[in-house]
Write a protein that binds this ligand. Structure first.
Ligand SMILES: [Fe+2]
Ligand SMILES: [Fe+2]
Length: 296
């Protein structure tokens, strides 16, 4: 339950929330337009390609993905249009979100004691983990689990500054968050937590409802009615990453798996030993992603 001070704080900071969201950089122009075009069932591959080539970095990534060993093509693809044909609309969308979020999530977040690149590493780990769980347990569409993982901590970008300012004003050391519940720490300082602010951001970016829910309930899947398997997949990947220190500050406080999430996953065939495999998979994928980045 919220303490009395936290409740008072909440009502006084209510007006600040839209401002917090505005403070967050919007999705880059090209990404927003590509995603709009993709939402239209009448849009065709060349429409999407025409927009992607307006952003050289994005065009480069699209080509690199189609030419990666994964697709095993015999010749080099040099047109974005053709590249989209090979990797498909869904994968292209995933790539655009990942590229846009990487730009935003790489900066250090001192309110959360996160050094440069840490939030990105964590989000990528959760995305890859949730995707693995979804594939294993046939939670469709599996790319939604990836996206849920990528977005789940987006609220930290908006709350970072307020957490830092309030901690200073209220003379509370920032490392308190590593010794107790982070969500509780945020609520006491700001009246909000990053999951609820993140869901507001996801909504303002017009993400689909199930992704908004994955962001909103990633720490507390039992609060969602009815609880969904997508949220459970993101929750379990997040908890594994937090406990293993994947992209997080030194953490002394153990993160507990929510019973509701475990129950949902078990009904779909999840076994206890899968947890260990999940962590191995995440660590391997992150290593590969980092190696790929170094090679660029
Ligand atoms: Fe979180
Ligand atoms: Fe997280």
């Amino acid at each position: 339950m919220l303490s009395r001070t936290a409740t008072t704080k909440r009502s006084s900071s209510l007006k600040q929330v839209p401002a917090l969201i505005r403070e967050l950089p919007p999705l880059p122009e090209v990404a927003t337009r590509v995603l709009q075009v993709m939402r239209d069932p009448r849009s065709r591959r060349p429409d999407v390609a025409r927009l992607i080539i307006m952003d050289p970095a994005l065009a480069g990534r699209t080509l690199a993905m189609a030419n990666s060993a994964y697709y095993g093509l015999a010749r080099r693809i040099t047109s974005v249009d053709e590249a989209i044909g090979y990797i498909g609309f869904e994968q292209t969308k995933q790539l655009i979100y990942a590229a846009s979020l990487q730009q935003m999530m790489t900066a250090p977040l001192s309110g959360y004691l996160l050094e440069r690149g840490m939030l990105w590493r964590h989000s990528l780990g959760v995305a890859m983990g949730a995707h693995w769980v979804a594939e294993r347990l046939r939670i469709y569409p599996v790319h939604n689990a990836y996206m849920g993982g990528l977005f789940h901590d987006i609220g930290k970008l908006a709350l970072n500054r307020v957490v830092q300012e309030q901690a200073r004003a209220q003379q509370r050391p920032l490392d308190e968050q590593t010794r107790s519940s982070l969500v509780q720490f945020e609520r006491e300082l700001t009246g909000y937590d990053h999951a609820e602010i993140g869901a507001m951001i996801a909504q303002s970016w017009q993400l689909p409802e199930d992704l908004v829910a994955a962001v909103r309930f990633h720490h507390d899947p039992g609060q969602q009615q009815p609880a969904s398997s997508l949220v459970a997949a993101v929750h379990i990947a997040n908890t594994v990453c937090l406990n293993a220190g994947v992209g997080v500050a030194n953490q002394d406080y153990p993160f507990i798996f929510a019973e509701e999430a475990i129950a949902i996953l078990q009904r779909l065939g999840w076994k206890e030993e899968d947890q260990e495999q999940l962590l191995k998979h995440i660590e391997q994928e992150i290593k590969q992603a980092e190696e790929a980045l170094l090679r660029r």
